[in-house]
Ligand binder design. Structure first.
Ligand SMILES: [Zn+2]
Length: 697
């Protein structure tokens, strides 16, 4: 091993922020290879009988060693997500099997398992902090779920499956991104643009120009696709875009981008792995570390929600059909008409469009508003900060406590790019932890401060005014998304737990992890927040009260339909991973059709291939867990209800309690305990139904 090369490798420089200024794809293999090797020798040393099964001798140094690998590999995974160019994709994929194999091996290392179990069962356990106890309990549980107790004969198979699953998940999202990029619609007849807002046309024109074409180029990326579906009068254009979007990564396109065989394989392997562990289905395994107790409990929760939402959803659809027929002359309402008719109905009923609202949410104003909410609620300060970044659009900030002490830092990557994974997400760059004396950096205190990545896919600034670029503007949905991801970020950044395994979002049950993020969305609906968070792109005026009143009235527009949609996805996911036999008679699409027969009020065309782009469950870790969104919404709505009861969204003592009992404790105790500590009782569904307008007056 060339010592000089390794010494210079920015991926191995974990003394501070990631070195995005120096990082190249060729650094990945040597750095990750080196870290894997050093983790392996650490494991070998710690697993030996000479090392006592205690927190200080075993658990702490092991966590320190693993942290190096997970930080470095986290950087690689992050770059793969935000800069998915061939060289980075190759670098990531080259090491992915090795990294997966390493973690699978660790999960099956009986010596490590035995040491954790010895701590859990030993006399030291009672003396550990609650956070440390929880780390140990989670380790023991996760070892069991990772196959540590499997008979020797089944272990190689279990490991093989883990590796293949990781590769399948990565390919699923790559296929989807490639299929999304593969399609574009070049409009050359200006009459086809009727109905589209000016900035959407301009963005489409600029996109065509970048290709050296004349006309207007539309793509399947959200900032281009959504406005077409909502505003384009051309039914032909909407239909063409809809069909392309709905059939991405399916059998109609290039075979190498078809996710259909991957889905079947993923389901088969997950089922096989669950059965090796002694469970009936993957869903049962998935629920072990979650807040929900059983598949039956979640099914009952979802079906109850479906029943309550159904009358509201039926009314939503009837209104839509009626309006399409009477006002727009559409005898039938096709799938590609739904968003368009909805937008028109919304305008007719509430006389405003999302596009109109969007003019008020200029980037700097939105960020200032968001920061002010955080500063008021949690008594911290947010300031711009400096760091090497992976793209010139990325911004960087720091959070300080009232005394000016650093609490954490975060990157903000707001705009959509071809090379960026779709959607919005928070990821961690560095986790909070207590630094042990030997690795203590000079001049700093002994707590490593957390750092987060916040990633969105919003429209970049378009066009110029008076010779200067116009600022980016966001839809209210996008503002809401930003608050959502920031909620995840705060969970990570404001933690007070020093044990990495249960600090921030770590160790938090999947179905409770959306609590802080969905909680934050409520602030996008507070008048005093919106007033300060808006400035019209041309006039600079803040959002007019009259417009806000219409937005409020429209807030629950189609909430019945949307609830049923979420229930449909959740049920499909849960049934797919419990009852469903991938080798059986019923196909994935048939199962989806059955679910829709039960709960859907709008059924897409038969050629729609929704599963082929359902990344959440096939590439994103939400398998048999999509219900978590609704589950956590109950929790977050109920938490916000505490502020409503206090009569002030910024009520200081309620804010302090939320910070202390929910955000700060992270995964150091069960989510149900944290909820009870904050709310003084068990969660109730009423606040959610009330917020969604689904309680009959
Ligand atoms: Zn989220």
């Amino acid at each position: 091993m060339n010592h000089h090369t390794l010494h210079d490798n920015p991926l191995l420089d974990l003394s501070g922020l990631p070195r995005f200024d120096r990082l190249l794809p060729e650094h990945v293999q040597p750095a990750i290879g080196e870290l894997l090797a050093s983790c392996r020798s650490l494991i070998e040393r710690l697993a030996s009988d000479a090392v006592a099964a205690t927190w200080a001798d075993f658990a702490a140094p092991l966590a320190d060693g693993f942290e190096q690998l997970s930080r470095a590999w986290g950087i690689v995974g992050h770059v793969h997500s935000v800069n998915d160019v061939p060289a980075w994709r190759d670098a990531y994929n080259q090491m992915l099997p090795d990294v997966s194999r390493f973690y699978a091996e660790v999960g099956q290392n009986l010596q490590l398992f035995a040491k954790y179990r010895a701590i859990a069962e030993g006399s030291e356990f009672a003396t550990l902090s609650p956070a440390q106890q929880r780390v140990v309990e989670h380790e023991v549980r996760d070892f069991r779920l990772a196959g540590a107790e499997l008979p020797a004969a089944s272990k190689p198979r279990f490991q093989e499956i883990s590796e293949e699953l990781a590769q399948l998940a990565a390919r699923f999202s790559e296929n989807l991104l490639d299929a999304t990029n593969a399609f574009s619609e070049l409009v050359t007849d200006a009459s086809e643009l009727a109905g589209l807002p000016d900035d959407v046309r301009q963005a489409a024109r600029e996109a065509a120009e970048r290709d050296g074409a004349s006309g207007w180029k539309f793509t399947l990326h959200m900032p281009s696709y959504l406005p077409v579906m909502q505003y384009a009068d051309s039914r032909r254009l909407r239909a063409a875009m809809y069909r392309a979007y709905a059939t991405r990564a399916a059998e109609f396109g290039p075979a190498e981008l078809d996710n259909t065989p991957l889905i079947r394989r993923l389901l088969e392997l997950r089922r096989e792995q669950a059965q090796l562990l002694g469970y009936q289905s993957f869903a049962e395994v998935s629920l072990v570390p979650k807040m929900a107790d059983s598949v039956a409990q979640v099914l009952a929760f979802l079906r109850d929600l479906a029943t309550r939402a159904r009358p509201f959803a039926e009314r939503d659809v009837a209104d839509l059909r009626d309006f399409a027929n009477r006002e727009l002359g559409l005898q039938t309402m096709e799938a590609w008409d739904v968003a368009y008719v909805s937008e028109k109905l919304l305008q007719a009923r509430y006389a405003f469009s999302e596009h109109e609202v969007r003019q008020y949410f200029t980037e700097d104003k939105v960020l200032a508003g968001l920061f002010s909410v955080i500063e008021t609620l949690f008594e911290v300060r947010l300031r711009p900060d400096e760091a090497p970044v992976w793209h010139e659009d990325v911004r960087f900030f720091r959070i300080e406590d009232p005394a000016g002490e650093l609490v954490g830092q975060f990157y903000l990557d707001l705009y959509a790019r071809d090379t960026k994974r779709g959607g919005a997400w928070m990821d961690e760059a560095i986790g909070r932890r207590r630094i042990h004396q030997q690795s203590r950096a000079s001049g700093s205190d002994d707590i490593q401060k957390p750092v987060a990545y916040l990633n969105c896919n919003f429209s970049r600034p378009v066009g110029e005014k008076d010779g200067r670029p116009r600022p980016a503007t966001f839809t209210h949905d996008e503002v809401s998304t930003l608050f959502h991801e920031t909620g995840h970020g705060l969970h990570h950044l404001l933690t007070q737990v020093d044990e990495p395994g249960v600090a921030g979002i770590h160790g938090v049950e999947w179905d409770a992890v959306e609590l802080p993020s969905q909680f934050m969305e409520n602030y996008c609906w507070e008048w005093r927040v919106l007033q300060r968070m808006s400035a019209h792109i041309d006039s600079g005026e803040s959002l007019p009260r009259a417009l806000f009143d219409k937005m409020l009235a429209a807030r629950n527009f189609q909430s019945g339909m949307q609830t049923l949609r979420q229930v449909e996805f959740s049920l499909f996911d849960l049934l797919l991973h419990s009852d469903f036999d991938p080798a059986g008679e019923c196909s994935v699409l048939e199962l989806l059709a059955n679910v829709r027969r039960d709960v859907a009020v709008l059924v897409p065309p038969p050629w729609h291939r929704f599963p082929n782009s359902f990344s959440h469950i096939f590439a994103g870790g939400y398998a048999a867990g999509y219900y978590s969104y609704k589950w956590a919404e109950v929790l977050s709505a109920d938490c916000y209800g505490a502020f409503e009861e206090a009569g002030n969204p910024f009520d200081q003592s309620t804010g302090d309690r939320f910070l202390r009992e929910i955000l700060a404790v992270g995964g150091s105790r069960p989510a149900m305990d944290s909820f009870r500590a904050f709310r003084g009782r068990e969660p109730q569904v009423d606040a959610l139904l009330r917020h969604c307008g689904m309680i009959a007056a």
